[in-house]
Design a protein around this ligand. Structure first.
Ligand code: C5P
Length: 227
């Protein structure tokens, strides 16, 4: 079955403290967004990639992404979830019954992880997300002091891609938004509706570029992967 990916890329990347949004910072002469999209684009099942951009975006036209026939651009929104919804709005669920959402800022996704996620979702007919088990001891704090230790046995970092039936995800986000639930990823909207998400273990290479230090790490990982 053909798959579509929504790539929210309308953020400004405040924490990165760079002079352009982080998805346009370059690693080996190619922007992070281009690295991310070319990974996704190389997967044979992925037929369409919808990139949500800020309407003030000045950098996309400097990339060569519009030459990629799988790529389509939509106007993003105020929050990540608004950008995702803008992408979902242009998907025909008959053409694409399943959708993936993948952060522009995760260029190091491996095809292996992508395949695991797609396989788990399609074979179990249930949505799911790439996630990595928490490694450190987890503390709950309050006013700068420890309140308690949280059992890390069942704690995961939520990564992307996150993959769901197109209609299920759209309905869940709309319901969660209208109830003003906190939605920081697709799975949180699904949780709000009480539906199931599978946790698919991801390699630790699938980092999100958030802070300045992450850029050098991403470069290291991308160089290692291309060997
Ligand atoms: O800021 P953060 O790293 O959590 O953003 C995750 C992804 O969501 C990034 O790729 C960013 O560009 C995107 N985003 C968006 N629209 C917003 C805010 C963030 O598409 N309004």
């Amino acid at each position: 079955i053909p798959l579509v990916v929504v790539v929210p890329a309308a953020g400004v990347g405040k924490r990165m403290k760079a002079n352009c949004p982080k998805q346009y910072l370059k690693i080996n002469q190619k922007s992070i967004l281009e690295h991310t999209v070319s990974r996704l684009s190389s997967h044979p099942m992925i037929k369409k990639i919808i990139i949500a951009l800020s309407h003030e975006d000045e950098y996309f036209s400097e990339t060569r992404l519009s030459e990629n026939s799988k790529v389509m651009v939509v106007d993003g929104g105020k929050e990540r979830v608004d950008s995702v919804l803008a992408g979902l709005a242009v998907i025909d669920p008959h053409e694409f019954p399943w959708v993936l959402v993948h952060d522009a800022a995760r260029p190091c996704l491996t095809l292996n992880d992508l395949n695991h996620l797609i396989e788990a979702c399609l074979s179990n007919d249930k949505g799911g997300i790439l996630a990595s088990p928490v490694r450190d001891t987890m503390k709950q704090g309050c006013n700068g002091v420890i309140e308690q230790t949280i059992d890390r046995e069942n704690l995961w970092h939520a990564l992307t891609p996150q993959m769901y039936p197109t209609l299920q995800l759209k309905a869940a986000i709309e319901r969660a938004l209208s109830a003003q639930a906190i939605i920081t990823d697709e799975a949180s909207a699904i949780e709000f509706t009480g539906e199931v998400s599978q946790l698919i273990s991801s390699s630790s290479e699938n980092i999100k570029i958030t802070q300045p230090d992450d850029l050098a790490l991403a470069e290291f990982i991308l160089n290692k992967q291309s060997k």
